[in-house]
Ligand binder design. Structure first.
Ligand code: SF4
Length: 541
Protein backbone atom coordinates (compact mmCIF):
# COMPACT_ATOMS: atom_id res chain seq x y z
CA UNK A 1 0.00 0.00 0.00
CA UNK A 2 1.40 3.44 -0.80
CA UNK A 3 2.47 5.10 2.39
CA UNK A 4 4.76 7.99 1.87
CA UNK A 5 6.20 9.22 5.08
CA UNK A 6 7.39 12.63 6.10
CA UNK A 7 9.23 13.94 3.07
CA UNK A 8 10.51 17.46 3.61
CA UNK A 9 10.15 18.24 -0.08
CA UNK A 10 6.39 18.30 0.19
CA UNK A 11 5.83 20.64 3.08
CA UNK A 12 5.08 23.72 1.00
CA UNK A 13 3.15 24.09 -2.23
CA UNK A 14 5.77 24.83 -4.82
CA UNK A 15 8.91 25.32 -2.89
CA UNK A 16 12.17 23.60 -2.04
CA UNK A 17 12.72 21.63 1.12
CA UNK A 18 12.06 23.20 4.46
CA UNK A 19 12.82 21.41 7.64
CA UNK A 20 10.61 22.39 10.49
CA UNK A 21 10.39 20.67 13.81
CA UNK A 22 7.18 18.82 14.55
CA UNK A 23 5.19 20.63 17.21
CA UNK A 24 5.59 18.94 20.54
CA UNK A 25 1.85 18.68 20.96
CA UNK A 26 0.78 17.14 17.67
CA UNK A 27 -2.46 15.91 19.21
CA UNK A 28 -3.55 19.24 20.61
CA UNK A 29 -6.75 19.16 18.60
CA UNK A 30 -8.05 16.31 20.73
CA UNK A 31 -11.13 17.23 22.77
CA UNK A 32 -11.59 20.59 21.05
CA UNK A 33 -14.69 19.39 19.20
CA UNK A 34 -17.14 20.44 21.88
CA UNK A 35 -20.13 22.08 20.34
CA UNK A 36 -23.85 22.11 20.33
CA UNK A 37 -23.73 19.55 17.54
CA UNK A 38 -22.44 16.82 19.81
CA UNK A 39 -25.79 15.42 20.86
CA UNK A 40 -27.38 15.48 17.43
CA UNK A 41 -24.39 14.08 15.63
CA UNK A 42 -24.25 11.28 18.14
CA UNK A 43 -27.69 10.25 16.96
CA UNK A 44 -26.43 10.04 13.38
CA UNK A 45 -23.52 7.95 14.51
CA UNK A 46 -25.73 5.71 16.56
CA UNK A 47 -23.80 6.34 19.77
CA UNK A 48 -24.28 8.49 22.80
CA UNK A 49 -22.34 11.67 23.37
CA UNK A 50 -19.46 10.62 25.45
CA UNK A 51 -16.21 11.72 26.91
CA UNK A 52 -15.00 8.15 26.64
CA UNK A 53 -11.59 7.82 25.05
CA UNK A 54 -11.39 6.82 21.39
CA UNK A 55 -8.69 6.10 18.86
CA UNK A 56 -6.47 4.61 21.48
CA UNK A 57 -6.53 7.61 23.81
CA UNK A 58 -6.16 6.34 27.34
CA UNK A 59 -8.70 7.15 30.02
CA UNK A 60 -5.97 8.74 32.07
CA UNK A 61 -5.36 11.23 29.27
CA UNK A 62 -8.98 12.34 29.12
CA UNK A 63 -9.32 15.94 30.25
CA UNK A 64 -11.76 16.21 33.11
CA UNK A 65 -13.33 19.49 32.07
CA UNK A 66 -15.41 18.43 29.04
CA UNK A 67 -18.73 20.26 29.03
CA UNK A 68 -21.86 18.16 29.42
CA UNK A 69 -23.46 17.08 26.14
CA UNK A 70 -26.60 18.80 24.94
CA UNK A 71 -29.80 16.79 24.52
CA UNK A 72 -30.07 14.78 21.30
CA UNK A 73 -31.96 16.33 18.38
CA UNK A 74 -34.24 13.85 16.59
CA UNK A 75 -33.42 13.62 12.90
CA UNK A 76 -36.04 14.50 10.31
CA UNK A 77 -36.64 11.93 7.60
CA UNK A 78 -36.29 14.87 5.19
CA UNK A 79 -32.68 15.40 6.15
CA UNK A 80 -30.34 14.48 3.33
CA UNK A 81 -28.15 12.52 5.64
CA UNK A 82 -31.13 10.28 6.41
CA UNK A 83 -32.56 10.10 2.89
CA UNK A 84 -29.33 9.52 1.12
CA UNK A 85 -27.55 7.29 3.58
CA UNK A 86 -29.14 4.29 1.95
CA UNK A 87 -27.21 2.10 -0.40
CA UNK A 88 -23.68 2.59 -1.63
CA UNK A 89 -22.27 5.56 -3.52
CA UNK A 90 -22.97 5.03 -7.24
CA UNK A 91 -21.72 8.35 -8.65
CA UNK A 92 -19.13 8.12 -11.42
CA UNK A 93 -16.34 10.47 -12.29
CA UNK A 94 -17.87 11.78 -15.51
CA UNK A 95 -21.07 12.60 -13.66
CA UNK A 96 -19.14 14.44 -10.99
CA UNK A 97 -16.44 16.48 -12.73
CA UNK A 98 -18.12 18.39 -15.55
CA UNK A 99 -16.56 21.01 -17.78
CA UNK A 100 -18.53 23.91 -19.20
CA UNK A 101 -18.96 27.68 -19.16
CA UNK A 102 -19.36 29.50 -15.82
CA UNK A 103 -20.61 31.10 -13.76
CA UNK A 104 -23.32 28.64 -12.77
CA UNK A 105 -23.48 24.87 -13.00
CA UNK A 106 -27.28 24.97 -13.24
CA UNK A 107 -27.69 28.12 -15.36
CA UNK A 108 -24.78 27.89 -17.81
CA UNK A 109 -23.09 24.47 -17.72
CA UNK A 110 -26.40 22.57 -17.58
CA UNK A 111 -28.06 24.60 -20.37
CA UNK A 112 -25.02 24.27 -22.63
CA UNK A 113 -24.88 20.52 -22.04
CA UNK A 114 -28.60 20.41 -22.85
CA UNK A 115 -28.38 22.29 -26.13
CA UNK A 116 -25.27 20.37 -27.16
CA UNK A 117 -27.16 17.14 -26.42
CA UNK A 118 -30.03 18.35 -28.59
CA UNK A 119 -27.62 19.31 -31.38
CA UNK A 120 -26.20 15.78 -31.25
CA UNK A 121 -29.69 14.29 -31.47
CA UNK A 122 -30.43 16.46 -34.50
CA UNK A 123 -27.31 15.24 -36.29
CA UNK A 124 -28.66 11.68 -36.02
CA UNK A 125 -31.97 12.39 -37.77
CA UNK A 126 -32.55 10.87 -41.22
CA UNK A 127 -31.24 12.91 -44.13
CA UNK A 128 -34.69 13.49 -45.64
CA UNK A 129 -35.86 15.15 -42.42
CA UNK A 130 -32.74 17.25 -42.06
CA UNK A 131 -33.18 18.45 -45.61
CA UNK A 132 -36.33 20.28 -44.43
CA UNK A 133 -34.74 21.97 -41.38
CA UNK A 134 -34.91 25.77 -41.25
CA UNK A 135 -34.26 26.76 -37.62
CA UNK A 136 -33.19 25.70 -34.14
CA UNK A 137 -35.06 27.22 -31.19
CA UNK A 138 -34.42 27.13 -27.44
CA UNK A 139 -37.03 28.17 -24.84
CA UNK A 140 -36.03 28.91 -21.24
CA UNK A 141 -38.56 28.58 -18.42
CA UNK A 142 -38.77 29.05 -14.67
CA UNK A 143 -35.60 30.11 -12.89
CA UNK A 144 -33.65 29.93 -16.15
CA UNK A 145 -35.96 32.60 -17.53
CA UNK A 146 -36.10 34.65 -14.33
CA UNK A 147 -32.35 34.84 -13.64
CA UNK A 148 -30.73 33.49 -16.81
CA UNK A 149 -29.87 36.92 -18.24
CA UNK A 150 -27.59 37.71 -15.30
CA UNK A 151 -25.79 34.41 -15.76
CA UNK A 152 -25.50 34.53 -19.55
CA UNK A 153 -27.71 31.46 -19.98
CA UNK A 154 -28.63 32.49 -23.52
CA UNK A 155 -24.97 32.58 -24.61
CA UNK A 156 -24.25 29.15 -23.13
CA UNK A 157 -27.41 27.76 -24.76
CA UNK A 158 -26.49 29.24 -28.14
CA UNK A 159 -22.95 27.87 -28.01
CA UNK A 160 -24.26 24.34 -27.45
CA UNK A 161 -27.01 24.48 -30.06
CA UNK A 162 -24.54 25.44 -32.78
CA UNK A 163 -22.41 22.42 -31.91
CA UNK A 164 -19.72 23.75 -29.56
CA UNK A 165 -18.76 21.09 -27.04
CA UNK A 166 -18.95 22.37 -23.43
CA UNK A 167 -15.61 20.87 -22.42
CA UNK A 168 -13.62 22.40 -25.25
CA UNK A 169 -15.35 25.64 -26.24
CA UNK A 170 -12.90 28.53 -26.63
CA UNK A 171 -13.42 31.13 -23.85
CA UNK A 172 -12.86 33.85 -26.44
CA UNK A 173 -15.82 32.54 -28.43
CA UNK A 174 -17.99 32.93 -25.34
CA UNK A 175 -16.66 36.48 -24.91
CA UNK A 176 -17.54 37.26 -28.51
CA UNK A 177 -21.16 36.26 -27.88
CA UNK A 178 -21.26 38.79 -25.06
CA UNK A 179 -19.41 41.56 -26.94
CA UNK A 180 -21.17 41.08 -30.30
CA UNK A 181 -24.64 39.75 -29.49
CA UNK A 182 -25.93 40.31 -33.03
CA UNK A 183 -23.68 37.69 -34.61
CA UNK A 184 -25.30 35.01 -36.75
CA UNK A 185 -23.86 31.50 -37.06
CA UNK A 186 -24.45 28.97 -39.79
CA UNK A 187 -25.44 25.53 -38.58
CA UNK A 188 -25.14 22.63 -41.00
CA UNK A 189 -27.16 19.49 -40.29
CA UNK A 190 -26.87 16.80 -42.91
CA UNK A 191 -26.71 18.72 -46.15
CA UNK A 192 -28.83 21.62 -44.89
CA UNK A 193 -27.46 24.92 -43.57
CA UNK A 194 -29.39 27.68 -41.83
CA UNK A 195 -28.62 30.68 -39.57
CA UNK A 196 -28.87 30.65 -35.77
CA UNK A 197 -28.37 33.60 -33.40
CA UNK A 198 -29.09 34.71 -29.84
CA UNK A 199 -32.58 35.66 -31.04
CA UNK A 200 -33.30 31.92 -31.29
CA UNK A 201 -32.85 31.54 -27.53
CA UNK A 202 -36.12 32.75 -25.98
CA UNK A 203 -36.62 33.81 -22.38
CA UNK A 204 -40.08 32.31 -21.95
CA UNK A 205 -42.40 32.10 -18.91
CA UNK A 206 -40.57 32.56 -15.59
CA UNK A 207 -43.52 31.10 -13.68
CA UNK A 208 -45.68 28.10 -14.43
CA UNK A 209 -46.34 24.49 -13.62
CA UNK A 210 -42.95 23.14 -14.74
CA UNK A 211 -41.59 19.71 -13.83
CA UNK A 212 -38.41 21.44 -12.58
CA UNK A 213 -37.53 25.09 -11.85
CA UNK A 214 -34.84 24.93 -14.56
CA UNK A 215 -36.85 23.72 -17.54
CA UNK A 216 -35.87 24.17 -21.20
CA UNK A 217 -37.35 23.08 -24.51
CA UNK A 218 -35.32 22.66 -27.69
CA UNK A 219 -36.89 22.44 -31.14
CA UNK A 220 -35.69 21.74 -34.65
CA UNK A 221 -38.09 23.47 -37.02
CA UNK A 222 -39.07 23.13 -40.66
CA UNK A 223 -40.92 26.38 -41.11
CA UNK A 224 -43.87 26.10 -38.70
CA UNK A 225 -43.52 22.35 -38.44
CA UNK A 226 -41.59 20.80 -35.54
CA UNK A 227 -39.15 18.14 -36.75
CA UNK A 228 -37.76 17.29 -33.32
CA UNK A 229 -38.63 18.57 -29.85
CA UNK A 230 -37.27 17.69 -26.42
CA UNK A 231 -38.01 19.04 -22.95
CA UNK A 232 -34.98 19.14 -20.66
CA UNK A 233 -34.19 19.98 -17.04
CA UNK A 234 -30.97 21.45 -15.66
CA UNK A 235 -31.21 19.76 -12.31
CA UNK A 236 -28.19 21.29 -10.58
CA UNK A 237 -24.43 20.77 -10.47
CA UNK A 238 -24.36 20.61 -14.28
CA UNK A 239 -26.49 17.44 -14.25
CA UNK A 240 -29.17 17.28 -16.93
CA UNK A 241 -32.27 15.18 -17.47
CA UNK A 242 -35.05 15.18 -20.02
CA UNK A 243 -38.68 14.17 -20.29
CA UNK A 244 -38.76 10.37 -20.06
CA UNK A 245 -35.21 10.29 -18.71
CA UNK A 246 -34.06 6.94 -17.42
CA UNK A 247 -30.85 6.92 -15.42
CA UNK A 248 -28.12 4.87 -17.11
CA UNK A 249 -27.92 1.27 -15.99
CA UNK A 250 -25.00 0.85 -13.64
CA UNK A 251 -23.05 -2.08 -12.32
CA UNK A 252 -22.48 -2.79 -8.66
CA UNK A 253 -19.36 -1.31 -7.06
CA UNK A 254 -16.54 -3.72 -6.31
CA UNK A 255 -15.98 -2.05 -2.95
CA UNK A 256 -19.37 -0.71 -1.87
CA UNK A 257 -19.26 2.21 0.53
CA UNK A 258 -21.53 4.91 1.82
CA UNK A 259 -19.22 6.33 4.49
CA UNK A 260 -15.50 7.04 4.72
CA UNK A 261 -15.31 4.35 7.43
CA UNK A 262 -16.32 1.78 4.76
CA UNK A 263 -13.65 3.09 2.41
CA UNK A 264 -10.99 2.84 5.08
CA UNK A 265 -12.08 -0.67 5.99
CA UNK A 266 -11.83 -1.79 2.34
CA UNK A 267 -8.43 -0.13 2.13
CA UNK A 268 -7.22 -1.96 5.23
CA UNK A 269 -8.64 -5.34 4.28
CA UNK A 270 -7.46 -5.33 0.68
CA UNK A 271 -4.31 -3.22 1.13
CA UNK A 272 -5.46 -0.65 -1.37
CA UNK A 273 -5.16 3.10 -1.63
CA UNK A 274 -8.33 5.20 -1.79
CA UNK A 275 -7.51 5.92 -5.45
CA UNK A 276 -7.35 2.18 -6.19
CA UNK A 277 -10.71 1.62 -4.51
CA UNK A 278 -12.19 4.48 -6.50
CA UNK A 279 -10.83 3.17 -9.80
CA UNK A 280 -12.12 -0.38 -9.18
CA UNK A 281 -15.57 1.04 -8.46
CA UNK A 282 -15.49 3.37 -11.49
CA UNK A 283 -14.83 0.44 -13.78
CA UNK A 284 -17.45 -1.77 -12.12
CA UNK A 285 -20.19 0.87 -11.94
CA UNK A 286 -19.68 2.61 -15.29
CA UNK A 287 -18.59 -0.38 -17.36
CA UNK A 288 -15.70 1.70 -18.72
CA UNK A 289 -12.09 0.59 -18.89
CA UNK A 290 -9.35 2.05 -16.70
CA UNK A 291 -7.97 3.69 -19.84
CA UNK A 292 -11.34 5.40 -20.43
CA UNK A 293 -11.44 6.66 -16.86
CA UNK A 294 -7.88 7.97 -17.13
CA UNK A 295 -8.70 9.66 -20.43
CA UNK A 296 -11.65 11.43 -18.82
CA UNK A 297 -9.58 12.55 -15.82
CA UNK A 298 -6.89 13.83 -18.17
CA UNK A 299 -9.49 15.84 -20.06
CA UNK A 300 -10.67 17.38 -16.80
CA UNK A 301 -7.19 18.18 -15.46
CA UNK A 302 -6.14 19.60 -18.83
CA UNK A 303 -9.15 21.90 -18.66
CA UNK A 304 -8.20 22.87 -15.07
CA UNK A 305 -4.65 23.72 -16.08
CA UNK A 306 -5.86 25.76 -19.04
CA UNK A 307 -8.35 27.58 -16.82
CA UNK A 308 -5.61 28.65 -14.40
CA UNK A 309 -3.25 29.68 -17.19
CA UNK A 310 -5.94 31.66 -18.98
CA UNK A 311 -6.99 33.34 -15.74
CA UNK A 312 -3.40 34.33 -14.91
CA UNK A 313 -2.81 35.69 -18.39
CA UNK A 314 -5.90 37.88 -18.58
CA UNK A 315 -5.22 41.62 -18.22
CA UNK A 316 -6.81 43.34 -15.24
CA UNK A 317 -10.42 44.06 -16.04
CA UNK A 318 -13.77 44.71 -14.42
CA UNK A 319 -15.97 41.65 -14.07
CA UNK A 320 -19.50 41.67 -15.47
CA UNK A 321 -22.28 42.85 -13.16
CA UNK A 322 -23.09 45.71 -10.81
CA UNK A 323 -20.27 45.17 -8.30
CA UNK A 324 -17.56 46.57 -10.60
CA UNK A 325 -15.14 44.09 -9.14
CA UNK A 326 -11.62 44.27 -10.54
CA UNK A 327 -9.74 41.11 -11.35
CA UNK A 328 -6.39 40.55 -9.63
CA UNK A 329 -5.12 37.01 -10.22
CA UNK A 330 -2.26 38.07 -12.52
CA UNK A 331 -1.11 40.83 -10.19
CA UNK A 332 -1.24 38.66 -7.08
CA UNK A 333 0.76 36.00 -8.92
CA UNK A 334 3.44 38.45 -10.07
CA UNK A 335 3.86 39.99 -6.64
CA UNK A 336 3.85 36.61 -4.90
CA UNK A 337 6.65 35.43 -7.18
CA UNK A 338 8.67 38.50 -6.19
CA UNK A 339 8.24 37.77 -2.48
CA UNK A 340 11.63 37.23 -0.87
CA UNK A 341 10.10 34.97 1.79
CA UNK A 342 9.76 31.58 0.17
CA UNK A 343 6.94 30.35 2.43
CA UNK A 344 4.84 33.44 1.72
CA UNK A 345 5.52 32.99 -1.96
CA UNK A 346 4.05 29.49 -1.83
CA UNK A 347 0.84 30.65 -0.18
CA UNK A 348 0.55 33.68 -2.48
CA UNK A 349 1.03 31.63 -5.61
CA UNK A 350 -1.61 29.05 -4.65
CA UNK A 351 -4.00 31.90 -3.79
CA UNK A 352 -3.32 33.47 -7.20
CA UNK A 353 -4.00 30.19 -9.00
CA UNK A 354 -7.36 29.92 -7.25
CA UNK A 355 -8.20 33.55 -8.03
CA UNK A 356 -7.40 32.81 -11.67
CA UNK A 357 -9.80 29.87 -11.83
CA UNK A 358 -12.55 31.66 -9.98
CA UNK A 359 -12.24 34.82 -12.07
CA UNK A 360 -12.55 32.67 -15.18
CA UNK A 361 -15.84 31.39 -13.76
CA UNK A 362 -17.03 34.95 -13.14
CA UNK A 363 -16.11 35.90 -16.72
CA UNK A 364 -18.34 33.09 -17.99
CA UNK A 365 -15.35 31.17 -19.28
CA UNK A 366 -14.76 27.46 -18.79
CA UNK A 367 -14.96 25.89 -15.37
CA UNK A 368 -14.94 22.39 -13.92
CA UNK A 369 -17.54 21.49 -11.32
CA UNK A 370 -15.33 20.32 -8.48
CA UNK A 371 -17.80 20.21 -6.98
CA UNK A 372 -19.58 23.38 -8.21
CA UNK A 373 -19.12 26.53 -10.31
CA UNK A 374 -18.81 28.78 -7.25
CA UNK A 375 -15.94 26.70 -5.89
CA UNK A 376 -14.35 26.33 -9.31
CA UNK A 377 -11.04 27.96 -8.34
CA UNK A 378 -10.06 25.50 -5.62
CA UNK A 379 -9.23 22.21 -7.34
CA UNK A 380 -7.63 23.78 -10.46
CA UNK A 381 -5.29 25.74 -8.17
CA UNK A 382 -4.17 22.53 -6.50
CA UNK A 383 -3.88 20.54 -9.71
CA UNK A 384 -1.75 23.29 -11.19
CA UNK A 385 0.35 23.73 -8.04
CA UNK A 386 1.44 20.10 -7.91
CA UNK A 387 1.72 19.83 -11.69
CA UNK A 388 3.32 22.20 -14.13
CA UNK A 389 2.73 25.26 -11.91
CA UNK A 390 4.87 23.93 -9.07
CA UNK A 391 5.87 20.43 -8.01
CA UNK A 392 5.79 18.71 -11.39
CA UNK A 393 4.34 15.50 -10.00
CA UNK A 394 3.46 12.96 -12.69
CA UNK A 395 0.07 12.83 -14.37
CA UNK A 396 -0.32 9.39 -12.80
CA UNK A 397 -0.16 10.93 -9.31
CA UNK A 398 -2.54 13.69 -10.36
CA UNK A 399 -5.02 11.08 -11.63
CA UNK A 400 -4.80 9.22 -8.32
CA UNK A 401 -5.39 12.47 -6.46
CA UNK A 402 -8.43 13.25 -8.60
CA UNK A 403 -9.90 9.83 -7.81
CA UNK A 404 -9.44 10.29 -4.06
CA UNK A 405 -10.88 13.80 -4.27
CA UNK A 406 -13.88 12.38 -6.09
CA UNK A 407 -14.48 9.90 -3.27
CA UNK A 408 -14.58 12.81 -0.81
CA UNK A 409 -16.98 14.72 -3.05
CA UNK A 410 -19.20 11.68 -3.57
CA UNK A 411 -19.44 11.11 0.18
CA UNK A 412 -20.38 14.74 0.83
CA UNK A 413 -23.03 14.52 -1.90
CA UNK A 414 -24.30 11.17 -0.62
CA UNK A 415 -24.50 12.10 3.06
CA UNK A 416 -24.97 15.88 3.02
CA UNK A 417 -25.11 18.28 0.07
CA UNK A 418 -22.97 20.06 -2.52
CA UNK A 419 -25.36 22.96 -3.11
CA UNK A 420 -24.98 26.42 -1.60
CA UNK A 421 -28.75 26.75 -1.93
CA UNK A 422 -29.15 23.78 0.37
CA UNK A 423 -26.19 23.96 2.71
CA UNK A 424 -24.51 27.34 2.42
CA UNK A 425 -20.91 27.79 1.31
CA UNK A 426 -19.61 24.99 3.55
CA UNK A 427 -21.17 22.69 0.94
CA UNK A 428 -19.34 24.32 -1.96
CA UNK A 429 -16.00 25.80 -0.91
CA UNK A 430 -15.87 23.56 2.16
CA UNK A 431 -16.28 20.41 0.10
CA UNK A 432 -13.92 21.68 -2.60
CA UNK A 433 -11.29 22.30 0.07
CA UNK A 434 -11.81 18.84 1.58
CA UNK A 435 -11.51 17.30 -1.88
CA UNK A 436 -8.37 19.34 -2.42
CA UNK A 437 -6.78 18.16 0.81
CA UNK A 438 -7.52 14.53 -0.11
CA UNK A 439 -6.15 15.20 -3.59
CA UNK A 440 -2.86 16.48 -2.18
CA UNK A 441 -2.50 13.64 0.31
CA UNK A 442 -3.27 10.96 -2.27
CA UNK A 443 -1.06 12.49 -4.95
CA UNK A 444 1.79 12.46 -2.46
CA UNK A 445 1.15 8.75 -1.72
CA UNK A 446 0.03 9.08 1.86
CA UNK A 447 -1.88 6.25 3.45
CA UNK A 448 -5.72 6.21 3.31
CA UNK A 449 -6.16 7.41 6.90
CA UNK A 450 -4.08 10.50 6.15
CA UNK A 451 -6.13 11.17 3.01
CA UNK A 452 -9.34 10.95 5.05
CA UNK A 453 -7.89 13.05 7.87
CA UNK A 454 -6.74 15.77 5.50
CA UNK A 455 -10.23 15.97 4.01
CA UNK A 456 -11.77 16.05 7.46
CA UNK A 457 -9.52 18.84 8.64
CA UNK A 458 -10.27 21.06 5.67
CA UNK A 459 -14.01 20.45 5.80
CA UNK A 460 -14.15 20.95 9.57
CA UNK A 461 -12.82 24.47 9.25
CA UNK A 462 -15.50 25.48 6.79
CA UNK A 463 -18.43 24.27 8.90
CA UNK A 464 -21.15 26.86 9.21
CA UNK A 465 -19.91 29.00 6.33
CA UNK A 466 -22.83 30.79 4.76
CA UNK A 467 -23.65 31.58 1.14
CA UNK A 468 -24.35 35.28 0.64
CA UNK A 469 -23.25 36.29 -2.86
CA UNK A 470 -23.43 40.06 -3.26
CA UNK A 471 -26.06 41.09 -5.83
CA UNK A 472 -26.48 37.40 -6.69
CA UNK A 473 -23.17 37.33 -8.60
CA UNK A 474 -20.63 34.59 -8.00
CA UNK A 475 -17.92 37.16 -7.21
CA UNK A 476 -18.03 38.43 -3.61
CA UNK A 477 -17.29 36.47 -1.48
CA UNK A 478 -16.86 33.56 -3.90
CA UNK A 479 -13.69 34.53 -5.76
CA UNK A 480 -11.42 35.17 -2.77
CA UNK A 481 -13.13 32.35 -0.95
CA UNK A 482 -11.71 29.95 -3.54
CA UNK A 483 -8.22 31.12 -2.58
CA UNK A 484 -8.92 30.48 1.07
CA UNK A 485 -10.35 27.05 0.20
CA UNK A 486 -7.20 26.15 -1.74
CA UNK A 487 -4.85 27.37 0.99
CA UNK A 488 -6.91 25.59 3.65
CA UNK A 489 -6.64 22.41 1.59
CA UNK A 490 -2.87 22.68 1.84
CA UNK A 491 -3.19 23.41 5.57
CA UNK A 492 -5.43 20.38 6.08
CA UNK A 493 -3.00 18.22 4.15
CA UNK A 494 0.03 19.52 6.02
CA UNK A 495 -1.55 19.01 9.44
CA UNK A 496 -2.81 15.52 8.55
CA UNK A 497 0.48 14.44 7.03
CA UNK A 498 2.47 15.65 10.01
CA UNK A 499 0.35 14.31 12.84
CA UNK A 500 0.00 10.71 13.96
CA UNK A 501 -2.99 9.57 11.85
CA UNK A 502 -4.68 7.50 14.57
CA UNK A 503 -4.62 10.43 16.98
CA UNK A 504 -7.08 12.52 15.01
CA UNK A 505 -10.07 12.95 17.28
CA UNK A 506 -12.63 13.90 14.63
CA UNK A 507 -13.27 11.56 11.72
CA UNK A 508 -14.45 12.56 8.26
CA UNK A 509 -17.91 11.00 8.58
CA UNK A 510 -18.60 12.91 11.79
CA UNK A 511 -17.73 16.19 10.10
CA UNK A 512 -19.92 15.41 7.08
CA UNK A 513 -22.78 14.70 9.48
CA UNK A 514 -22.11 18.01 11.19
CA UNK A 515 -22.24 19.74 7.81
CA UNK A 516 -25.57 18.07 6.99
CA UNK A 517 -27.04 19.11 10.30
CA UNK A 518 -25.70 22.65 10.03
CA UNK A 519 -27.17 22.84 6.53
CA UNK A 520 -30.56 21.77 7.82
CA UNK A 521 -30.54 24.29 10.62
CA UNK A 522 -29.04 27.19 8.66
CA UNK A 523 -31.34 30.15 8.13
CA UNK A 524 -32.52 30.22 4.52
CA UNK A 525 -31.21 33.79 4.18
CA UNK A 526 -27.75 32.27 4.03
CA UNK A 527 -28.46 29.74 1.33
CA UNK A 528 -27.75 31.51 -1.94
CA UNK A 529 -30.70 33.87 -1.63
CA UNK A 530 -28.58 37.03 -1.33
CA UNK A 531 -30.91 38.05 1.51
CA UNK A 532 -28.36 37.95 4.32
CA UNK A 533 -24.75 38.46 5.31
CA UNK A 534 -22.47 40.32 2.92
CA UNK A 535 -25.22 40.49 0.33
CA UNK A 536 -27.11 42.96 2.54
CA UNK A 537 -24.17 44.48 4.45
CA UNK A 538 -22.23 45.62 1.42
CA UNK A 539 -23.76 48.73 -0.09
CA UNK A 540 -23.20 49.02 -3.85
CA UNK A 541 -23.08 52.50 -5.25
S1 SF4 B 1 -20.89 32.20 -1.40
FE1 SF4 B 1 -22.50 30.91 -2.31
S2 SF4 B 1 -22.34 31.25 -4.53
FE2 SF4 B 1 -20.42 31.93 -3.58
S3 SF4 B 1 -19.05 30.16 -3.70
FE3 SF4 B 1 -20.03 30.13 -1.70
S4 SF4 B 1 -21.83 28.80 -2.01
FE4 SF4 B 1 -21.14 29.40 -4.04
Amino acid sequence: MPNRQYDDAIRLPDLPAHTSALPADVDRRAFLMRSALVGAVAVINGCSPSNQPQNGTSAAATPPAAPPPLPSVPLSQDLNVVKKAKGPVMTTIDEFYKVGPGPSSSHTIGPMRITYDFYQRCTKLPADQLAKATALKVYLFGSLSATGKGHGTERAALAGIIGKEPATVDPLFLDSLRDKPDQTFTVTLGGKSFPVSLKDVVYDAPKGDFPHPNTMTCKLMAGDQVLLEQEYYSVGGGFIEWKGYQPPKKGQPTYPYSRMADVLEHAKQHKLSIAQIAMANEVAVSGKSEADVHAYIDKVTTAMVNIVKTGLSMPESTLPGPINLKTKAGEVYKRAMDDKFIGQRGVGVVAAYALAGSEENARGHLVVTAPTGGSAGVMPALVYSIGEGGRHLSQEKIREGMLAAAVVGYLCKHNATLAGAEGGCQAEIGVASAMGAAFLAQAHDFEPQVVANAAESSLEHHLGMTCDPVAGYVQIPCIERCSFGAVKAWTGFLIASNEIPANRRVDFDTTVDAMALTAKEMNSKYKETSEGGLAVSLVLC
